[in-house]
Ligand binder design. Structure first.
Ligand code: UDP
Ligand code: MG
Length: 317
């Protein structure tokens, strides 16, 4: 068996050595008892700190390690994609560089793989997280799951094992806007979910700001279905029905009681109401058109600046 471990790194100079060392320790021991080979692929996602230099140095000393350096920051989704494309292993493990995904769990993931699961997924508990954040996350997943076709699970992250079948299925999805949480779920396959503790990152800072979380949230809703567009349709239908009823009512009272001006208030509230709904619907349309715009450009997901890999990326045959 051959295992590839993919590690996206963005400004991780403080932890990357630690992660590399910890991974080696676990994998060396496990590879001996279970008799397999492994490789680690570090993807430097345009870091501004010393991550690139450290990776280069680590890879020079370690024949199991490879690195890919992007020309700028393309985001974790692109980094994971590059890792998958260049990985050679029969199965692939994706994990964060910050030790939030404990390497000690990899042997467990592998044993489920050997049992025949194509995806082995870790699900973190939310112990230690702020109550408010937990509640918000729960609410978000409830709403999203009621809207979209695939099931998203709270706490299920990117720390997972994929068989080569699952990985090539994932690679066959070539869309530019990659919402991998949805993609992982969309490809299906026999999946095992295992629980893990919520770990703090070993050093450095999280790259998630409130704004990027909000964007991610919208991405989750929009990128996987067209139900929001249907929402516009419902709004429109309801509004048309209401206005027909109102017009009929006005007509009736005009015939019956003579002219009666409903006044300023009704006019202005109708304009504001309809204007608001129109803006809302245009915004939804805009989100989809924006995505189409990016898709039709067919730009690459990332650009490689430097790497010590010599093979061509894996393409779906
Ligand atoms: N990461 C990346 N590109 C980015 C942002 C993050 O490759 O643009 C990597 C980062 O180095 C880490 C992983 O993605 O290995 C998860 O990032 P982070 O720890 O900031 O996210 P969190 O664990 O807080 O969700
Ligand atoms: Mg983290």
């Amino acid at each position: 068996m051959y295992l590839s471990v993919i590690i996206p790194c963005y400004n991780e100079e403080k932890v990357i050595r630690l992660t590399h060392q910890a991974l080696h320790k676990v994998l060396d021991a496990d590879a001996q008892t279970r008799n397999y080979r492994y490789q680690m692929i570090f993807i430097n996602d345009g870091s501004h700190d010393k991550t690139a230099d450290i990776l280069k140095e680590l890879c020079e000393q370690d024949p199991c390690s490879r690195y890919i350096s992007f020309s700028r920051n393309f985001g974790k989704e692109s980094a994971m994609l590059a890792g998958l494309q260049y990985s050679e292993g029969e199965c692939v493990v994706i994990m964060d560089a910050d030790m939030q995904h404990p390497p000690e769990l990899i042997p467990t993931l592998l044993s489920y793989y050997e049992e025949g699961y194509d995806q082995v997924v870790t699900k973190r508990t939310r112990t230690g997280d702020a109550k408010r954040k937990t509640l918000l996350a729960k609410l978000y997943y409830k709403i999203v799951n009621s809207m979209i076709d695939v099931q998203l699970d709270d706490g299920v992250g990117d720390f997972r094992l994929l068989s080569r079948n699952a990985a090539s299925a994932l690679l066959s999805l070539t869309e530019y806007n990659r919402f991998s949480k949805g993609l992982f779920s969309w490809i299906g396959f026999k999946t095992k979910v295992i629980e893990m503790e919520n770990n703090k990152r070993a050093a450095g800072e999280t790259k998630w700001s409130l704004r990027s979380l909000l964007h991610y949230g919208i991405e989750g809703i929009i990128s996987f279905n067209n139900k929001p567009l249907r929402l516009c349709f419902y709004f429109g239908t309801i509004l048309i029905s209401l206005s027909i009823i109102y017009v009929l009512y006005l007509l009736y009272s005009y015939m019956r009681y003579g002219i009666d001006t409903p006044g300023y208030f009704t006019t202005i509230s109708a304009i504001l109401f309809i204007g608001g709904i129109q803006l809302f619907c245009i915004a939804i349309l805009g989100e989809y058109i924006g995505r189409i715009y990016y898709e039709v450009k067919r730009r690459p997901h990332y650009i490689i600046d430097e790497t010590n890999l010599d093979q061509k990326p894996y393409r779906r045959r």
